[in-house]
Design a protein around this ligand. Structure first.
Ligand SMILES: C[S@@+](CC[C@H](N)C(=O)[O-])C[C@H]1O[C@@H](n2cnc3c(N)ncnc32)[C@H](O)[C@@H]1O
Length: 261
């Protein structure tokens, strides 16, 4: 089942994945940055919050807030189910969605290990001059909860080569603010761009810190395939899911160019 980006909805396809079968999950979900509606959560299946889970909108970055919470609980529940006790999940977000993801993780007893600030030194200026220029995103690192058996490659975090990062001192413990430029190489953009495309070097750092060659990396929202390509380049197997067939096509072409089988 690995070495493929499937064209489909992660929540609908995830039941085919066995329990505790993946070593690392890199999730870059829709941020729901477009807008939000009023909160109206119905009581139901999950302790504390619950809610009736609705199918997500076709417009992938625009859901009413209560739908977004239900969507988040649903995919995180599947992610937790398939993650090994030794595994890690890394979830991207901004202020639009990261608070919701944090609440959903705590509701599902997924334990947050660290909150990373990804500092984007070359972020786009704020053209209106009505706000401070947004220049970071957040990444939550978590394990499935219970025994803390998750892998942490501590030596790599301390001695790995992160010379592009002006905030990382060689031989010193890695801190939670990472200076990683958001620019993409020609190779990363060769088959088309995604509006929320992440640089490959970011996912490669996540993998280097918490996985090992041969592991299986699950990418629930694959987009243009950056995290799958990162996993392949780090010697991991990957499984991706993506609803938009145009992005699936970009990811397949990128993976093939990177020599993935
Ligand atoms: C933030 S983007 C991911 C971008 C990716 N990290 C990259 O570098 O290209 C989120 C992606 O999730 C996809 N998506 C939204 N809902 C989904 C679902 N239920 N299952 C699978 N993919 C979904 C969207 O089409 C979008 O391409």
């Amino acid at each position: 089942m690995t070495q493929r980006v499937y064209n489909g909805n992660f929540m609908e396809m995830a039941p085919s994945l066995p329990d505790k079968s993946v070593d690392i999950i890199i999730a870059d979900p829709p941020y729901n940055a477009s807008k939000g509606g009023a909160w109206s959560v119905e009581s139901g299946a999950l302790p504390g919050i619950g809610g009736r889970w609705k199918k997500i909108s076709e417009v992938w970055d625009d859901m009413p807030l209560n739908d977004y919470l239900a969507f988040t609980l649903r995919w995180l529940d599947e992610a937790r189910r398939v993650l090994k006790q030794t595994g890690s999940m890394w979830v991207h977000g901004t202020y639009h969605n990261i608070g919701i993801i944090n609440v959903a993780m705590q509701t599902l007893r997924i334990e947050i290990i660290n909150e990373i600030v990804w500092y984007k030194r070359n972020s786009f200026p704020n053209l209106s001059g009505r706000r401070i220029t947004a220049s970071h995103e957040t990444i939550l690192w978590a394990h499935r909860g219970g025994r803390r058996d998750y892998r942490f490659n501590y030596e790599q975090s301390k001695f790995g080569n992160y010379s592009d990062d002006r905030l990382k001192s060689p031989g010193r413990q890695m801190r939670t603010v990472w200076d990683i430029p958001n620019n993409k190489s020609r190779e990363e953009l060769a088959f088309g761009a995604h509006p929320a495309q992440k640089p490959e070097r970011l996912s490669r750092r996540l993998i280097q810190l918490s996985a090992q060659p041969g592991d299986v990396c699950l990418v629930p929202f694959a987009g243009s395939g950056s995290e799958c390509v990162g996993a392949h380049k780090e010697g991991l197997r990957f499984i991706g899911f993506e609803t938009d067939e145009n992005y699936v096509e970009i990811s397949r072409r990128r993976l093939s160019a990177a020599g993935a089988p």
